[in-house]
Structure formats: C-alpha cells, structure tokens
Design a protein around this ligand. Sequence first.
Ligand code: FES
Length: 280
Amino acid sequence: MFTIEAKRVLTPVTKLIVVQAPMVARKARPGQFVILRCTESGERIPLTIADYDREKGTITLVYQEVGKTTRLLGRMGVGDAILDLVGPLGMPAELPREGRVLCVGGGVGVAPVYPKAKAMHEMGVDVVSIIGARSADLLILEEEMRAVSTAVYVATDDGSRGHHGFVSDVIKQLLERGEQFDEIIAVGPILMMRACVEVTRPYGVKTWVSMNPIMVDGTGMCGACRLSVDGKTKFCCVDGPMFDGHAVDWAEAVRRSRIYLEEEKIAVDHMNCAEGGCRP
Ligand code: FES
C-alpha cells in the first residue's frame, strides 16, 4: 500500500511522486488533499492531490522540500512505501462547466491548480493560465498546463522567463486590456494569493483561492487552519480549502501562516544536527 510508483524531480526543491492508493484515487476530485506520514513518530502533513488515475489506482503528489517531513519524503524513491496516507479530504472545488476561467498558480501552487484546469478543460471550459515562480528553473508543470489551456502566460520574479514580476501583474494586464473571465482560481503562497485578490477586487471577478498553506493536521482537530470568511469562522481543512478570496480576512490568514515558522526551523535544525550538520 502507498508504494511510490514513479518519481520526477521538477526543480531542485520540488518533486512529483505517483503513489499507489486505489481507494483514494477512486474518490478523489479536484481541490481535495491527503494527509500522510512518513515515519511512526513523524508529523502528519497535508498535500494536495495534483492528479489521479482511477484505472491505475494512483494519485500524484507534488511537494516542495521546505520542512522536515517533505525532506524525508524527498529521500524516498520508487518502490518505497509511505507509512500511512488518508484521503481524499476537504471539499471538492466547485468548478464551472462552461465559460472562460483564468487559472493562476504560483510556485508549487501550480500543482493544485492543474487538476482543476484539467477537469474544466475536459468539460469544455476555455481555460487560460498564468504560472509563476521566483526564477525559470523553479517553474513546474508548464507542459501539463499548456495541454489543458488555450493560452499560458509565464511570470518570474527575476525575469529569467516570461513577464519580469509577479503573476498578479499579469492578471492586471489581462484585465486592463479587457479580457473577460467568468472566474479566476489563484493558488500559491498566501502573499501571492492576497495580491491576486486585490488586483481582481475592483473588477468584481469571482476569485477563488486555496488556503492550504495554513493547514496543519488537516482533520478539523488542531484549529490551526481557522480563518474568517465573510466575517464567519471557517476551517480550511473541512470547509475548504477553496474560498472566495474577496471574502477572506487576509491579515488574519497571513498571521496564521506564520505561527509555526519557528517550530519548523527547529525541527529542520534537529534533523540536520542528527545527520552531523549542526551549526556551531
Ligand atoms: S488543519 Fe487542523 S483544524 Fe484544519
């Protein structure tokens, strides 16, 4: 169970794995995620399902090696098995079946955008996409996004590919030149999603965001993913992860996304230390 069937290195810090998980693959829908654990005493982490194949019984996960668990996962290879994996969790995204939708992915956020873009493309929606990263070598899933989009725009913070700047700049350019979208889906780091929402707000285009970055246990029990949407308390992992970005209290969400930064750093330091890489 949960054997890694394939692995691809997408960037120096981002990996894609295809995992045998037939029960999850059978039920998975775009927008949902799984919780997994690599070792008996390890933490559980939520990862969005980037793709699934019901016939082969596999799901695809994409992750960036930022913390201890994602680093451990990064060391696992084809044939290794993930200790446990639960899902699909969260509410499936409510995707339109027609019209024109702009899909925006920043960094590893392109991975959660992809299954939504793919599902809409299959239903006949005109999908236009923007993918971004800090630099060209950190862009992921460009080919996959091109296969399900009528146009793909690229943005990099350092200008090494496409627009020199942020994905939110490209949204602004498209809206300013009169491009019409029925909805926008933006997924990526919290600050990126906030910037996208502020760009689209004056145009009144419904903008969905995925609040995965503030999730911890992903089961509704830890309370870490609490956020205010339209003045009401919601839990990202059970009520979301997709929310109307114009209704999210972003100041609170930004605060929450930073709560465990120190603990995460300590865990990585301990890991480095245990492997002989202690800082003096
Ligand atoms: S992630 Fe813990 S309650 Fe949602």
